[in-house]
Design a protein around this ligand. Structure first.
Ligand code: T1G
Length: 695
């Protein structure tokens, strides 16, 4: 049976095995089997003196096939394939172009020589999947470059460039040309030198000084390893290079790896890996739809959001005109932008040259006419419909034909804004999150009737700005804020029923969030929610009372918590706790205590329920999109996979039962399980069983 994923060819006495398993040569079962076969065949061929391992496509090998994890493992297993390469009696040389990641780098490490193209990059990113290298990376990399060089690389999981790999001794040569030809030359050379040297036999770099340096790194890591077990497993595995014979250390690494593969935290991170890639596929829009060119941009409104959005463009090297109505306003806006850049220079995260470069890309202007030549105009003005319609109506007469008009509104109706123009097909929402120059999430709001290439352009631009763009439908609060509203209402209910702000926040930070709902409200400013509730005729007894007292949060030194002398973390406030108790009494509620799990259920179940409604209404195309929104916009802990993934781990029947109980207890009809949630639970299914639908 012919090999599907590896092609064998000859260059004289050199056999060239070319891996070809699109899109990124992931080491799935078929490739592992073909690789083992190619090495065996070439190894046994008396006319072959050496083997070159090359790859077709944009990646050398992007690692193990992540999609296979969690499924019954299929032979041949990667460690065995790598053992066949390393113990081959003929030298095997890797010709590396593109990325060599995870198992891909481990393949290269099992070879007897490595030649890289200048654009190649190398990394062991397993840590990001809640794993450690599982096919010799923790043993062979330290033997090649030293444990104190190897450990930080594996702990960070970030790729390094070919030039750095050469410096470290990870590769033998870097070429700016035909990497296969260079690998053939090295293979010939190694064949002439006799039996190939194996990386597993190298111990020269594993000195006492290297051990000492590694142990210092391990100690520092132990102190800060947090929730994830894999950092500790990595230390244990790497320490094996000093304490165990190679074969035993390899077996120990594998055992640690397989344990982590079975860990639900890794399963969640693997879900996130694929969900983050799935968002690029917009249902109903073909891959043939091309984005419109974006060379010049404009931002209307130089407030906190407008300034931050302008910085996103400048940071991506895209010229932007920042527009205000009056000179004083644009001066303030530019001063704020300059101050943020100055802070980055002070912190050393930006050079003065880069600062100047970016500031030079932001052109301040007064009057909408300055947006005339922009390919896209993003409006970030005051959140009031009349203001938006006035701006879009004027822009309609100014912006060039084919320009995209986007609103950064966080909850207003986009079609109503678009109706102020004669080009609604070119008007959409691009909802950035504060601070816009920092937060990754970008909700691309796709109203009915929008042109496909406008959506595709906004998505491509989002990626160009280094954002995580997710297409959402038009509706109040779109996806993220709509679910946040459900959690905010739950917080209010919990406080009146008997919980205290620090207890509510502790439950969520214990779950993995960096900040609880009360501290988050205090950071954002309680007056923002207050104004929005008042504008919609809504009330929240506790939150309103805190605002009526003028306690807007950190900016007033007091909110749900006290912030003495500008402290960034809040302290319990007996006055707030007394105010809450008074409101319970006024509402005739007998306060009671709640366990952490009860608090979590009351905070998160309503969010998931709202998520189910959002999917029913098509405001989100996939549950995974909702998960990515909460990870990149609201600090949902990645190792929990996101709200919809988490719901499946709890079990939808359990969630339905809990929500029914909460609805009965509170009389709040919004807690009645959404039809989709109830249906999936009845069918013993999860959100993961849902197919994508057009947002
Ligand atoms: N397994 C399965 N599919 C993969 C994959 C992988 N390792 N890498 C990429 N894909 C798919 C991806 O889902 C997408 O599919 C398509 O390829 C293009 O990817 C034993 C345990 C390589 C830098 O963590 O970082 O080895 O959406 O959209 O932006 O020790 O993909 O088109 O259907 O991301 O150009 C370690 C993961 C695995 C690297 C390319 N490796 N991949 O980025 O394209 S664990 C990784 C990436 C391991 C061993 C261990 C990136 C990329 P689709 P893409 P890209």
């Amino acid at each position: 049976m012919p090999m599907e994923t590896v092609r064998l060819a000859r260059e004289g006495e050199i056999a060239i095995a070319t891996i070809d398993n699109p899109p990124v040569n992931a080491l799935g079962q078929a490739l592992r089997a073909d690789l083992a076969r190619a090495i065996a065949e070439a190894g046994a061929d008396p006319t072959v003196s050496a083997i070159v391992l090359a790859a077709a496509g944009r990646a050398f090998i992007a690692g193990a096939d992540i999609g296979e994890f969690g499924k019954p493992p299929l032979a041949p297993f990667l460690p065995d394939v790598l053992d066949a390469i390393e113990t081959c009696r003929k030298p095997v040389v890797a010709a590396i172009q593109g990325v060599a990641l995870g198992g891909g780098l481990e393949v290269a490490l099992a070879c007897h020589g490595r030649v890289a193209s200048v654009s190649a990059s190398f990394g062991l990113p397993e840590i990001k999947l809640g794993l450690i290298p599982g096919a010799g990376g923790t043993q062979r990399l330290p033997r090649l470059i030293g444990a104190a060089q190897a450990f930080p690389l594996m702990l960070a999981g970030e790729p390094i460039a070919a030039s750095r790999a050469l410096q470290l001794g990870l590769v033998d040569e870097v070429v700016d040309g035909d990497v296969v030809a260079a690998a053939v030359a090295l293979a010939r050379d190694l064949a002439a030198r006799g039996a190939p040297e194996r990386v597993c036999d190298r111990t020269g770099r594993l000195t006492a000084a290297d051990r000492e340096a590694f142990e210092a790194q391990a100690l520092a890591t132990t102190k800060g390893s947090g929730e994830m077990p894999n950092a500790m497993a990595l230390i244990e595995a790497v320490r094996g290079v000093f304490t165990l014979p190679f074969a035993e250390a390899l077996a120990a690494e594998r055992a640690l790896f397989l344990k982590l593969v079975a860990d639900p935290r890794s399963a969640a991170l693997r879900h996130v890996f694929f969900a983050e890639r799935e968002i690029a596929r917009v249902p109903g829009i073909g891959a043939d739809v091309k984005p419109r060119p974006i060379a010049r941009t404009a931002v209307i409104g130089a407030g906190t959001m407008g300034g931050g959005i302008a910085m996103c463009f400048a940071n991506a090297g895209i010229p932007v005109t920042l527009i205000e109505q009056e000179q004083a306003q644009i001066d303030n806006g530019m001063n704020r932008v300059a101050a943020i850049y100055a802070m980055s220079v002070t912190r050393g995260s930006l050079t003065p040259e880069k600062r100047d470069e970016r500031l030079a890309l932001i052109t301040p202007a007064v009057g909408l006419a300055a947006a005339a030549d922009a390919d896209i105009v993003i409006e970030a003005a005051f959140e009031e419909m009349g203001v938006k319609q006035q701006i879009f109506g004027a822009l309609d007469g100014i912006a060039k034909s084919g320009a995209i008009l986007a609103s950064n509104t966080s909850y207003l109706d986009v079609p109503t804004i678009a109706a102020a123009t004669k080009r609604p097909q070119d008007v959409l929402g691009m909802h950035f999150f504060s601070p816009a120059n920092v937060m990754k999430l970008l909700e691309v709001v796709r109203p009915q009737g929008i042109a496909d290439d406008v959506v595709v352009t906004a998505m491509a631009l989002g990626r160009r700005l280094g954002k995580v763009p997710v297409v959402v439908g038009n509706g109040f609060g779109f996806v993220g804020n709509r679910m946040l509203e459900a959690r905010t209402r739950a917080t209010e209910r919990l406080l009146i029923a008997g919980a205290l702000p620090h207890e509510v926040d502790a439950a969520l930070t214990g779950f993995g969030f960096k900040m609880g709902p009360c501290a988050m409200a205090d950071l954002a400013g309680n007056d923002i929610g207050w104004r929005s509730r008042k504008a919609r005729g809504k009330t929240a007894a506790v939150a309103d009372a805190i605002c009526e007292a003028g306690w807007f949060g950190q900016k007033t030194g007091r909110g749900y918590f006290l912030y003495p002398e500008g402290a960034r973390s809040g302290q319990r406030d007996p006055e707030v706790e007394a105010l809450i108790a008074r409101i319970s009494e006024e509402q005739g509620v007998t306060r009671r205590s709640f366990t952490t799990d009860e608090i979590l259920s009351r905070l998160l179940d309503p969010m998931v329920n709202e998520g189910a409604r959002i999917l029913e209404e098509g405001i989100a195309a996939r549950p995974g999109d909702i998960d990515v929104i909460w990870l990149s916009g609201y600090n949902w802990p990645a190792w929990r996979g996101g709200p919809m993934y988490w719901a499946d781990t709890v079990g939808l029947r359990t969630l339905v039962a809990r929500l029914e109980q909460q609805a009965a207890e509170t009389g709040d009809a919004t807690l009645q399980p959404a039809p989709l949630l109830r249906r999936l639970a009845d069918e013993s299914k999860g959100f993961a069983d849902l197919k994508a639908r057009s947002a």
